[in-house]
Write a protein that binds this ligand. Structure first.
Ligand code: NAG
Ligand code: NAG
Ligand code: NAG
Length: 386
């Protein structure tokens, strides 16, 4: 009797330990990272589009133009890249030298994500004596990109009829109407002061984004923002980020392709079929919308706007028993010194066996995205392009 209850207590404490892994001791607790998918948002940028009453809409405030990365944005990615290089030094050649056998980088075809990736890689691969080539402390690293009109994975804007149908259905739902009702008063307040029409939750996302960009540039925000920014706006802004992937079907068609690619990468790493099989790191440079869609698709989104230079790490770890477990970490801060949070995919533990993760994510991974989107005609043509 005594023995049984003792064993029971031990079991419970072992389980609760698993539920609270420590970021610093993950390698010892789970096993080393043998492969990682990295997804980040670009760094600080100028507003995409100032709001009608914006005191900073004069383009002279933004010498590089709206939507462009700022020097702070470049710097934050340089420092983040250095952090990433140190964390995953064991997945890179000696002295963190650059080698195409170890890493593949892909960016959306947008100036700010391409430049963020460049700054990030400059921090990740500090030039060593043996790498010197032209008298400057920098070396080029290839960044792959696909034009927006052809990108079905990262940009996630590729037309999909079924997705549009599901989105429309959601927008008509009682759930969506309740959200709109809940935030109507705040929306009207913002609309009155900003001069922007309140037609949907996007107003929160857009204003949060513009005000944050201005704040990060040390511009003084108008006094009407004091009572609402950032805290009050960030909650409905988070919902706005989650709405494109609200239902399971929307997740599958919108966030699914990137989830499928990352899970596929991990399986190919294990099978030795990755191209090249020596690749240890796949890096994706994209947007707040990409980060939110990815996290919400795996049901691990915190419903807050992803900060500039926030980073998701999907790590494949090999346990002492030669099992493959996945840990998902989210470094959701522009400040590169802030440590990441360990995320849990609901239904699994923080260190989730890859096989279990695949079963859990099956509903949100499309078998054949083109077919499911019912767009065979227009997409067949494009998917044949190199
Ligand atoms: C990939 O990582 C392994 C350690 O898991 C390391 O031994 C190997 O050298 C790395 N590959 C490259 C190309 O750096
Ligand atoms: C804003 O001010 C802080 C504190 O003085 C400074 O560290 C930072 O570099 C400034 N940012 C910009 C974009 O000028
Ligand atoms: C980062 O994520 C954690 C956990 O979800 C949350 O508590 C925190 O407020 C987030 N920080 C930012 C800046 O979004």
């Amino acid at each position: 009797m005594v023995n049984i209850s003792f064993g029971f207590i031990l079991l419970i404490s072992a389980t609760s330990c698993l539920g609270a892994l420590n970021f610093k001791t993950l390698d010892a607790e789970v096993g080393p990272v043998v492969y990682v998918n990295l997804l980040f948002r670009h760094g600080d940028r100028a507003p995409i589009k100032p709001y009608p009453n914006d005191p900073y809409k004069d383009p002279n405030y933004w010498p590089m133009g709206y939507g462009q990365l700022t020097k702070q944005g470049l710097y934050h990615h340089l420092v983040l890249g250095s952090w990433v290089g140190k964390r995953y030094a064991h997945l890179l050649p000696k002295n963190r030298n650059y080698n195409p056998k170890a890493i593949r980088v892909q960016s959306t075809d947008v100036d700010r994500t391409l430049m963020s990736a460049e700054a990030h890689l400059a921090g990740m691969f500090p030039i060593t004596d043996e790498e010197k080539w032209g008298g400057i402390d920098w070396q080029p690293v290839p960044i792959h990109t696909i034009p927006k009109a052809l990108d079905k994975v990262l940009a996630a804007k590729f037309p999909c009829k079924k997705y549009n149908h599901e989105k429309h259905k959601f927008e008509k739902s009682a759930e969506h109407k309740a959200l709109m009702k809940k935030y109507r008063a705040l929306g009207n307040y913002l609309s009155k002061h900003s001069g922007k029409a309140f037609t949907g939750l996007e107003i929160f996302e857009n204003l949060h984004s513009t005000l944050m960009a201005e704040k990060m540039n040390n511009l003084t925000l108008p006094s009407w923002t004091k009572s609402v920014f950032p805290d009050k706006i960030s909650v409905p802004a988070g919902f706005s980020f989650a709405t494109p992937t609200w239902t399971t079907e929307m997740k599958r068609l919108r966030g699914g392709p990137l989830v499928k690619e990352m899970v596929g990468n991990m399986n190919m790493k294990i099978d030795g079929t990755l191209d090249p099989p020596t690749r240890n790191i796949s890096m994706y440079s994209a947007h707040d919308t990409t980060v939110a869609a990815f996290l919400n698709t795996i049901n691990a989104f915190n419903f807050l706007p992803p900060p500039f230079a926030s980073l998701v790490m999907v790590e494949l770890r090999k346990t002492a028993q030669s099992q493959y477990h996945v840990t998902v970490l989210y470094k959701n801060s522009t400040d590169p010194t802030v440590e990441p949070h360990i995320l849990t995919v609901p239904g699994c533990s923080e260190a989730c066996p890859l096989k279990n993760l695949e079963i859990l994510l099956k509903p949100v991974i499309p078998d054949d995205w083109d077919k499911e989107c019912h767009q065979q005609k227009s997409t067949d043509l494009m998917s044949n392009l190199p």
